[in-house]
Design a protein around this ligand. Structure first.
Ligand SMILES: Cc1ncc(COP(=O)(O)O)c(C=O)c1O
Length: 374
């Protein structure tokens, strides 16, 4: 049987990984400044993470959501404390798209409305409503196009107001820093104005923190910089450091009822301990503060690079914008310098999404490589 060939692949076969390094079948050591697309938060194969998952697997790996699983409550408690979102309720699922799908569905249940407001250049996943709210016609099938979505320019508060006034929109979904779209972020006034309009018009505000959450930006969630209170917060990527887990945090105003949401695999024992291990390491190793410090170092060093137009993003969700398309440079970084980086919708933007454990010496290695190539 052949694989359904949807991914253009680099000819590299990772066989093992440790912290910020990935090793391939030819024994080449790669510096991972991509984190497997912002997934690796606490570093590859962190010993605490390996121990937690291995020990759990010896006991029980999975049972359905029809019985008690105290690990889910333990996860809710630790997540609430570390993120300072204690008052929210936690629903667990398996991926970022699924988190947004549940968030949008909940918003529609709650408000009784059907339309979505999303922003241009957004990426929210590939499932039904999530993909419809994603600004990329190439991945929207006719079946998804039935979903009614208004796409607004990020920052256009007048347009947001005009649409919400029509009283048909159940949710505004927003990445406070756009990931795939190219790291755009607006001033705080925009986010507070959107939150206010949502409240006025019985529309729920969904913060998509799938990529930016779990410490990636140096805050636990990216929206926290803007001091807004989303109704729903979606999470995934860094949450499990590679173990598939997603979730939504739901404001106490939204009340659950049996059967309203559900999943077979979501919140299973292994996924819970993976995410507990992530939270424990973030706390013990003070990774939020560390991410801020390294980001500061990175930005300072990057400023000296030739052909650089600007540095975008914050924390360890960063982008270098050059005055040329970066596709070839990215290949050179991988094949010649053995450094993984990412791309985005902006062809001139090189994306940096390393494990939060990355150190100054790794940044130096990257800057040296860039200096040689530019
Ligand atoms: C902001 C954002 N939301 C949602 C998703 C979808 O997550 P997943 O691929 O886990 O379904 C992504 C994936 O890149 C993302 O960056």
């Amino acid at each position: 049987m052949s694989l359904f060939n949807v991914y253009p692949l680099f000819d590299i076969t990772p066989t093992h990984a440790q912290d910020v390094f990935v090793y391939d079948s030819n024994h080449i050591k790669y510096l991972d400044l991509y984190g497997g697309h912002a997934v690796i938060s606490i570093g590859h194969s962190h010993p605490h993470y390996v121990k937690r998952i291995s020990e759990q697997l010896q006991k029980i790996g999975f049972y359905s959501n029809s019985v008690q699983n105290p690990l889910q409550q333990e996860l809710a408690n630790k997540l609430g404390a570390l993120s300072q979102c204690e008052e929210y309720q936690l629903f667990l699922c398996n991926s970022g798209a699924e988190a947004n799908e549940n968030a949008l569905k909940l918003a529609s249940f709650y408000t009784g409305k059907e339309k979505i407001l999303a922003f241009k250049n957004s990426f929210h996943g590939r499932t039904s409503a999530a993909v419809a709210a994603t600004d990329n016609p190439k991945i929207i099938a006719p079946i998804n196009a039935q979903q009614e979505v208004d796409f607004v320019d990020l920052g256009d508060i007048y347009q947001v107001e005009t649409i919400l006034k029509q009283k048909k929109t159940c949710a505004v979904i927003i990445e406070c820093i756009q990931g795939v779209g190219g790291l755009d972020e607006m001033p705080t006034a925009f986010y507070t104005a959107v939150a206010k309009l949502c409240e006025e018009h019985n529309t729920l505000l969904i913060a998509d923190e799938v990529q930016s959450g779990f410490g990636r930006t140096g805050d636990f969630f990216a929206f926290q910089k803007h001091k807004i209170t989303p109704d729903i917060i979606s999470m995934a990527k860094g949450m499990g450091n590679g173990f598939p887990i997603g979730g939504i945090l739901i404001h106490p105003n939204l009340k659950p009822s049996f059967g309203m949401l559900g999943t077979t695999f979501g919140g299973n024992h292994l996924a819970c301990v993976a995410s507990l291990a992530v939270l424990e390491v973030i706390k013990i190793q003070s990774l939020l503060v560390h991410a801020q410090k390294i980001a500061h170092y990175f930005i300072e060093k990057a400023q000296t690079l030739p052909k650089l137009k600007t540095v975008k993003g914050r924390g360890l969700m960063l982008g270098l914008v050059f005055d040329f398309p970066i596709a070839e440079l990215r290949k050179t970084l991988i094949h010649k310098h053995h450094i993984f980086t990412g791309n985005s919708k902006n062809p001139n933007l090189l994306r940096i999404l390393p494990p939060l454990t990355v150190q100054k010496e790794h940044i130096d290695q990257f800057i040296d490589a860039l200096e040689k190539e530019l």
